[in-house]
Design a protein around this ligand. Structure first.
Ligand SMILES: [Mn+2]
Length: 356
C-alpha cells in the first residue's frame, strides 16, 4: 500500500498565508472538511470556501460527519455536503484529492467520524488548517490560524482577498452566515473593526445580511422550542448561583421531534444574572456525554482543556466517553468549574459570549 507521507508539520504562530495559497494554487482536486455537529461557522466555512474554489475551476468535495441542521441546511450548496468518504477512495490506488483543507476545527479529532473512519486518508493527504480557535493544535502542513478572528469565515475571506478571489453571491452568503453566527450578530468581544470590514465586503458582494440574520437567529424550528421547554425544566444552580446548567437526555431530544437541537442552552445558562459559568450536558446519539460551556468572566477553554476538550475563552466544550452518564459528568465538572471561578464577587466587564 503506497501511502505518501506529508511533509513534517511546521507549526507557526503567524498565519501561513503564503504556504496555504501556494498549496491551493497547485491543487486541482480539493477535499474540504469541517467539524462534527457543525455550527454556522463550520457550514459557512465549508460552503463559502467550496463556492470560491469552484469559481477557480477546482474540483471540490465537501465533507462533514453530520448533516447541517435546521436553517443551516438551506444555505446555498448544503446538499453537496457528504458524510461518508469511504466510497470515494482506496488507499491502494491514487487518491482522488491533491489537498485537504480543514476548516473551523482545532484538531483533526474534531472531525469526529469523518476522521475516525479515515485516519489513514488524513495521514496521506497534505492538509491546510484554517481556523480561529485559541486551542488549535496546528495539525496542517500550512496553518492559517488567527485566534483574533471572530469566525473561521473571517479568516477565509481574508485568505480569498490575498488570492485576489472575489466571492460570488453564494460564497459571500455562506461566509457571512459563518461570521454572523459565531459573532452572535457582531455582539461578541471577538468582533473587531476588521470583522466589520470583512462583513461589509461580503455584503458588497451580495450577501443578504438581514435575511440571513432572520433565518439564522430569530427563526427556530418547532422541535427546538419543545426541546428548550424540556431542558429548561432541568435548570440548576451551584456555587451560590455562580454556576448554572441544564441536562439534556436522549429521551428529551428524541421526543422533541426530528432535528431537535439543544444548541444555545449553555449560552442561555451563561446569560443569567449572577452566573459566571453556564454549561449544558447532553447525551449524544453516539453514547458520549457532550458538554458546552459559556462564560463572561472565566476562561472556559481552560476548564474544557482539563477534560481533554477545547474552544474559546468565552465558549468551549468537551466530552466524556461511554460509559459515563450525565450524573458522572456533572460530578466531575462541578468541582473543576468552582476552582476556576474568580475569587471575590467582582464581576467582569459586561460583554457578549463568543460562538464556537
Ligand atoms: Mn468557528
Amino acid at each position: 500500500m503506497a501511502v505518501e507521507t506529508p511533509a513534517v508539520a511546521r507549526p507557526s504562530v503567524e498565519p501561513d498565508w503564503d504556504g496555504a495559497i501556494s498549496l491551493i494554487r497547485a491543487a486541482s482536486r480539493i477535499l474540504i472538511c469541517s467539524h462534527r455537529k457543525p455550527d454556522g461557522d463550520a457550514i459557512g466555512s465549508l460552503l463559502g470556501l467550496g463556492w470560491a474554489l469552484d469559481s477557480l475551476g477546482k474540483q471540490v468535495t465537501l465533507a462533514c460527519a453530520d448533516r447541517p441542521e435546521n436553517s443551516l441546511a438551506s444555505l446555498p450548496g448544503a446538499e453537496r455536503i457528504i458524510q461518508d468518504l469511504a466510497p470515494l477512495y482506496s488507499l491502494d490506488r491514487a487518491l482522488p484529492w491533491d489537498l485537504c483543507i480543514v476548516v473551523d476545527a482545532s484538531g483533526l479529532d474534531r472531525l469526529g467520524g469523518l476522521y475516525e473512519s479515515n485516519t489513514d486518508l488524513f495521514t496521506a493527504l497534505a492538509i491546510i488548517d484554517v481556523d480561529h480557535h485559541v486551542t488549535n493544535d496546528r495539525f496542517g502542513i500550512a496553518n492559517v490560524v488567527d485566534s483574533g478572528a471572530a469566525s473561521t469565515t473571517e479568516v477565509l475571506t481574508l485568505l480569498l482577498e490575498r488570492m485576489d478571489v472575489a466571492p460570488d453571491v453564494p460564497a459571500a452568503t455562506c461566509l457571512l452566515a459563518g461570521l454572523i453566527t459565531d459573532s452572535l450578530s457582531f455582539q461578541t468581544e471577538t468582533t473587531t473593526p476588521r470583522t466589520l470590514r470583512v462583513a461589509a465586503t461580503l455584503v458588497e458582494h451580495g450577501a443578504p445580511l438581514s435575511g440571513l440574520a432572520f433565518q439564522l437567529f430569530r427563526q427556530r424550528p418547532r422541535a427546538n422550542a419543545i426541546l428548550y421547554s424540556k431542558a429548561l425544566g432541568t435548570l440548576q444552580f451551584a456555587a451560590g448561583g455562580r454556576i448554572a446548567w441544564t441536562e439534556v437526555t436522549r429521551q428529551m431530544v428524541e421526543s422533541a421531534g426530528p432535528g431537535a437541537d439543544g444548541g444555545g442552552l449553555s449560552g442561555f445558562c451563561g446569560s443569567i444574572q449572577g452566573v459566571d459559568v453556564g454549561f449544558q450536558i447532553e447525551e449524544g446519539a453516539d453514547g458520549k456525554i457532550y458538554v458546552g460551556f459559556r462564560s463572561q468572566s472565566v476562561d472556559v477553554a481552560a476548564i474544557a482543556a482539563e477534560f481533554g476538550g477545547g474552544g474559546h475563552v468565552r465558549a468551549a466544550g468537551c466530552h466524556f466517553p461511554p460509559p459515563a452518564t450525565i450524573a458522572d459528568a456533572r460530578a466531575k465538572l462541578l468541582p473543576v468549574i468552582e476552582r476556576h471561578l474568580p475569587s471575590g464577587r467582582a464581576r467582569a466587564t459586561p460583554g457578549a459570549t463568543g460562538g464556537r
